[in-house]
Design a binder for this molecule. Structure first.
Ligand code: F6P
Ligand code: MG
Length: 439
């Protein structure tokens, strides 16, 4: 372990009995695995129709693999190497060797850092499919992601209508009004992060209420709000007619992704940004995270909607992609077990790419865990410090709190919550818009 690493707080881990990490490993993750097994089972006929006996055979083997995986997790077995020969397999196995080398005990599900073991579970789910062609490309979480989008339909209509009305005279909006609209749509994108399907163990978790009407009421639940700083950065660039590249490191598909698209369209139309680079996941991840298929699927759905403003949104988003004003990317690093402070070493190409950005928006809770290394930081530690030298460009986190890490709070604030509302960090009720200038 390096000198620097020795100074960092301990990573969250299932070895702390009763912690959120422990509960997740004990209850939530086995439930997710059971759902995955059920999903494969329910698609048996579909596999047969498409691939004949080979499809059924593959489904059986994948289910056997996943049942064994669930057993390994529930009995805290040592983690094992991957066998699927994908481009990131060696990296995962090197990570395992590293953990073997720093501990006297073989790394196991509950004893190792939680960030590692939870990511490892999703990578093993992927391996269960990859090792079993012809069903290797089947996304076991696709149905839930699609349902999340349809269940949020009313909220999406509200947002699309609002955006299209706003765009009619966007060029004439004064500075103050533009700032107000920016603030609103940033908050809609923040609260969209409540709709993740990993915290709910895969149970429906969509946006049912009007996402704009609730903003005022939700304001007091934003614990850190650096919107002003983000606004100054973007509006100054606009005043100087500079090229402004914003990167959005996406989180969940469904309503959250739609809210991110609404924000991205507003940023381009208002000239607060000149290009948006989206970053998604290259494999199904944490149940509801966005893959390229999900990204394209939502744009197609919007485009083909019967609702005038939804289809208008879909058409202009498709246009943004064609013009190269919007760009979609994925990179293996986003589905690796690594915290972001090691990005420059593990994925230097991605780090160099992010350095070209003027603002990186990290969506969601898992990104916050990776930004802060998933460690037991004191509540008052500055965000800049918790980033542990990860400063490719100015960045901000839009995150609803769904695990027990929070930095950058005022003295006493976290302790106060611990006594009045012990679950405050775990239930997605609170959020942060937390900025770091990277200098
Ligand atoms: O187990 C709950 C959990 O999986 C956390 O590990 C993770 O932080 C969160 O859910 C996922 O949330 P999000 O979609 O906001 O990253
Ligand atoms: Mg997610």
């Amino acid at each position: 372990m390096s000198k620097m690493a020795a100074l960092l707080p301990a990573p969250l881990s299932g070895k702390f009995t009763g912690s959120f990490a422990y509960d997740t490993l004990k209850d939530r993750l086995p439930t997710i695995l059971t759902k995955v097994i059920d999903t494969l089972h329910r698609h048996k006929n579909e596999f047969f129709e498409e691939y004949g006996e080979k499809g059924i055979e593959a489904e059986k083997k994948a289910i056997a693999y996943l049942s064994k995986l669930r057993n390994e997790l529930q009995t805290d077995k040592p983690l094992i190497a991957l066998n699927d020969n994908l481009f990131d397999t060696t990296l995962w196995n090197q990570h395992l060797e590293y953990h073997q080398s720093i501990s006297n005990e073989p790394p196991s599900w509950f004893q190792s850092p939680w960030l590692y073991t939870e990511c490892y579970m999703y990578r093993r789910i992927h391996e269960a499919l990859v090792l079993n062609p012809p069903i290797s490309d089947f996304d076991v979480f696709k149905e839930e992601k699609i349902n999340g989008f349809f269940e949020s339909q009313q909220a999406i209509i509200v947002l699309s209508t609002y955006l299209q009305e706003l765009l009619k005279n966007i060029a004439d909006l004064g500075e103050k009004r533009l700032q107000e609209e920016f603030l609103k749509l940033l908050q809609v994108s923040l609260w969209g992060n409540k709709c993740d399907l990993s915290i709910s163990g895969g149970k429906a978790n969509s946006q049912k209420s009007d996402p704009l009407q609730s903003l005022q009421e939700l304001k007091s639940f934003i614990l850190v709000d650096h919107t002003e700083k983000i606004w100054s950065l973007l509006s100054n660039k606009k005043k100087n007619a500079q090229i402004t590249r914003i990167d959005i490191v996406l989180d969940n598909a469904g309503f959250e992704l739609t809210a991110d698209f609404i924000l991205a369209e507003f940023l381009i139309s208002s000239k607060l940004a000149t290009e948006i680079h989206f970053h998604g996941k290259s494999i199904p991840w944490y149940v509801s995270d966005t893959t390229k298929q999900d990204f394209n699927w939502i744009i197609k759905q919007m485009q083909s909607s019967n609702h005038k403003w939804m289809s208008k949104c879909g058409a202009s988003w498709e246009g943004n992609l064609k013009k190269g004003v919007w760009v979609y990317n994925d990179h293996f690093f986003w589905t690796s077990p690594h915290e972001y402070s090691s990005m420059d070493k593990v994925a230097s190409d991605l780090y160099t790419e992010l350095q070209k950005s003027n603002l990186i928006i990290f969506k969601g809770d898992l990104n916050y865990r990776k930004l802060t290394g998933d460690r037991k930081w004191e509540f008052t530690v500055p965000f800049h410090q918790a980033l542990n030298n990860f400063h490719p460009a100015p960045l901000c986190s839009l995150r609803t709190l769904k695990c027990d890490i929070q930095v950058g709070l005022k003295p006493g604030q976290g302790e106060q919550f611990m006594t009045t509302e012990p679950e405050w960090m775990l239930i997605g009720k609170y959020g942060v818009i937390q900025f770091d200038a990277a200098s």
